[in-house]
Ligand binder design. Sequence first.
Ligand SMILES: [Zn+2]
Length: 420
Amino acid sequence: MGAPASLLLRARVVLPIRRPPIENGAVVITGRQIAAVGSWASLRRRHSGRTLDLGAVILLPGLVNAHCHLDYTRMAGMFPPPRSFCDWIKSITTEKSLWSDADFAASWRDGAAMLLRSGTTTVADIEAVPQLLPQVWKHTPLRVISLLEMTGIRSRRDPDHILAEAAVKIESLPRGRCRAGLSPHAPYSTLPRLMNRCGVLARRRRWLVATHVAESATEFEMFRHARGEMFDWLRRNERDLSDCGGVSPVQHLAGTGLLGPNVIATHVNYLSPGDASLLARKRTNVVHCPRSHDYFRHREFPYRTLARAGVNLCLGTDSLATVRKHPQRDLELSLFHEMRAFAMKHSRVRPNHILAMTTVNAARALGLRGQIGELVKNACADLIALPFSGPLREACGAVLEHRGNVAASMIEGQWAIQPK
Ligand SMILES: [Zn+2]
């Protein structure tokens, strides 16, 4: 077999992310990887393969969505913002019981198509219906890290059995661009032993783990004070509540032994003093989902506290079941929407820091640092192009302002959206 074909892409601006933007830049792709990033003038001289001028665009790494539920996409706009967080859980649980596997699969595929056209090339997706895998993977060029959701309250099943079932499923899946990991749903909806067992197994197998934590005020109240709406509701559902009282949700999770660099803690809205430094010490990653946060009217996301503590921060779309309906527009899963929603609430955070949350930071959270989320030699050839004709200094801000579909998307060296 000969050497893989190589392709030189030229763009008005190349945005490598870890390095400054390059005017009249270029990227060399060889097979599935990036072989070089630099100026058009220098790379053109050294390159002998095919050349493609993408014209007036910004070329940047494909975006990395650190938290999504593709299978809920067709629940877009179904639930108006609820009176309480528990009411929302009850609504979606009822709705889910009415859906067939085929409904979930169609919903998943719709979501994957939305992410692709809005610039995501890798997504960490929570799978409530793991039997859809691996068939749905075949319907998308996206790199999907599917995290198998586990809950353990209503079913009253032994945590070891719940985990063993998920592990068998993961081991049965083909290894390739897509892969799988674990998602014990949340500290309130699982038991501490499931969290502990997940931590032990995931570290041994090098699996990614994601869990929802400290999302709502009522969850905080349940663990901190052993009272409130969630506490009462779960007591009626006969959850063992002996783990409640005296600890914050983050401290509770740390106590189970789950936290570590392979863990993504989603939401993390309600903190006790010391929680941010605890997450930083455990090198646990945090994902914020700005539109979902707004939908539930949570208290302000503690960005500054977490950033100052040194926590790795990312953005995710969450699902369209938790985005406010727009009177004129269809709801779309899009990290551009999320970056703008974040910028609206956190106006002092610079655009390059916001873009890091959907590229390099998210890559690190997914255990793929240096492989995705940046344009650098030997990284996967995952790139997107956005129309741009402004000055170089405005390139980063222009990414956040991008609206509509991307002009092109490449995943592992293959065009997933062909440039025009
Ligand atoms: Zn979620």
